[in-house]
Design a protein around this ligand. Structure first.
Ligand code: BG6
Length: 486
């Protein structure tokens, strides 16, 4: 089947020697290039970073990255890179450096016969973004004969005020329609499927409300610690790194109303409305934790404060659990429990929708309070799919109830799925911003957590390899619920 067709363009990537480019972006670009329809090479790549490198030296870096990521054997990687990759040093990033970059861009476009369609992908630390955007604008690069699209990776600011400031700086040179803020969770197949699942199936949408649902859990658990990103993570923490972005995206897609059309702004308007309906978070709605030393199987895990690169007395949280209330017609009275952490027992991302119990119970055995209510689990990791837990009668003379499950796994039905970055890159190249985060959306997401960021509750320790501090259980228990695991 022919893949999507895109305008032939120049893909300019800042942070061209960085980790994100080597591990994620380049392998995804390699896959995407092979899936696009149309003759010839659909995009040329111009890597931009501070250091001085020849095209040849940079091509070598890219070839190695593709081989290391398992994207292609060496010979194929080398050929692919030779056909489309070039490099331009940005030096100190002075106006003259951006002017030189502008010349180089024109030169490459001329040589490759491109019409001036450009992507500027900023795979950069947050603090470098404003000056690069100003440099692009100052050199006249925000406009061209074709389209110009600016891609910004998370984090989009560190709180509401900094996100507003960043948006203002981006808008000085780029209009909102050409800004693509990436949250890679939106490229995951199951996340996109939430819309289809909900709005193409009467079966689910008709019970998706306060009358039938008792509470919703959203868990993004990671077994890994901070790995190589200590400096970034220690300034950020779980609330900024995960909750404001990925978990909030899962929340909005789970809770939103049906959009008028399947169009970027129609979908994003509904997501913003969910955020606007979140009631102010109270201090006792939040539990912050940090992992202490612990174990995973036989191996010992060191405490967060003893990880390389982490400040000794750091009070950065590696775990957050919170409960949110949505003050709208659909969800009034239904708590949403959100939880994420590093060094938890396993990598697991899921949305668990708990339905209410039947209003009366006439079967033998447990009372209605002990009945296992229906549960729909939408899993994003480790396997993308969903599962419905329901009660049935065990065969035999007695009426004995047992919980069983129906499940669907994407991998069983369709084989391996594309990486989220591939999906997002194709949408970017096609100019479809539905799966990217709009300026007001990012600000509304920060506004939800403003009070917690301003007055963080006390930090609780949890042993690495466990499900977080015991206080997290209290959040659910106080409302008569439990998290779906140990
Ligand atoms: C990133 C966070 O955005 O998402 C990381 O910065 C986190 O800290 C990662 O590990 C998780 O992504 P995924 O797709 O592996 O769940």
């Amino acid at each position: 089947m022919a893949g999507p067709r895109v305008d032939r363009h120049l893909f300019v990537v800042f942070g061209a020697t960085g980790d994100l480019l080597r591990r994620k972006l380049l392998p995804a670009l390699y896959e995407v290039a092979g899936s696009l329809a149309g003759p010839g090479v659909p995009f040329q790549i111009l890597g931009v970073a501070r250091q001085a490198l020849s095209d040849e030296a940079y091509r070598q870096i890219c070839t190695e990255a593709l081989v290391a990521a398992g994207a292609a054997p060496r010979a194929a990687a080398r050929r692919w890179v030779a056909a489309r990759v070039r490099y331009c040093s940005l030096g100190a990033g002075a106006p003259a450096d951006f002017a030189r970059l502008a010349n180089r861009i024109e030169e490459v476009e001329k040589a490759a016969g491109l019409a001036g369609h450009r992507v500027f992908y900023l795979a950069l630390p947050a603090e470098a973004i404003p000056s690069v955007v100003a440099g692009l604008g100052g050199a006249g690069l925000a406009r061209s004969a074709g389209w110009s699209r600016l891609v910004v990776e998370k984090p989009f600011g560190t709180d509401l005020a900094s996100a507003e400031r960043l948006n203002r700086e981006l808008h000085r040179f780029f209009d909102e329609r050409s800004i693509y803020r990436i949250d890679h969770y939106l490229g995951k197949e199951t996340v996109q499927n939430l819309l289809v699942f909900r709005f193409a199936n009467m079966l689910f949408e008709s019970v998706w409300n306060r009358d039938r649902i008792s509470h919703v859990e959203i868990t993004v658990a990671e077994a890994l610690g901070v790995e190589e990103r200590a400096t970034y993570y220690d300034q950020s923490g779980a609330l900024r790194d995960m909750v404001q972005s990925h978990l909030t995206q899962l929340l909005t897609l789970t809770a939103m109303e049906v959009p008028a059309r399947l169009e970027a702004d129609a979908v994003r308007n509904e997501k913003v409305k969910v955020l606007a309906s979140v009631e102010p978070i109270r201090p006792d709605d939040v539990v912050r934790g940090q992992y202490a030393a612990g174990r995973a199987g036989r191996s010992r895990l060191r405490a967060y404060r003893n990880e390389p690169g982490i400040r000794r007395g750091s009070t950065t949280e590696t775990f957050v659990a919170l409960r949110l209330r949505l003050n709208n017609w659909r969800w009034q009275g239904v708590p949403f429990f959100l939880r994420t952490g590093k060094r938890l027992p396993e990598k697991r991302t899921e949305i668990v929708v708990h339905f209410r119990r039947p209003p009366v119970w006439f079967f033998p055995g447990p009372s209605v309070a002990d009945v296992v209510a229906n549960r729909l689990t939408i899993t994003l990791q480790p396997d993308e799919g969903f599962e419905i837990a329901f009660e049935l009668k065990r065969p035999g003379h007695a009426i004995t109830l047992e919980t069983h499950r129906l499940h669907f796994l994407y991998s069983e039905a369709f084989g391996p799925l594309a990486d989220a970055y591939q999906t997002l890159l194709v949408d970017l190249m096609r100019g479809d911003p539905t799966l990217f985060v709009r300026a007001d959306e990012v600000e509304a997401a920060w506004a939800v957590y403003a009070a917690v960021l301003a007055r963080p509750p006390p930090l609780r320790a949890y042993p690495a390899g466990t499900w977080g501090p015991p206080e997290a259980e209290r959040l659910a228990e106080e409302l008569g619920h439990h998290w779906s695991d140990g």
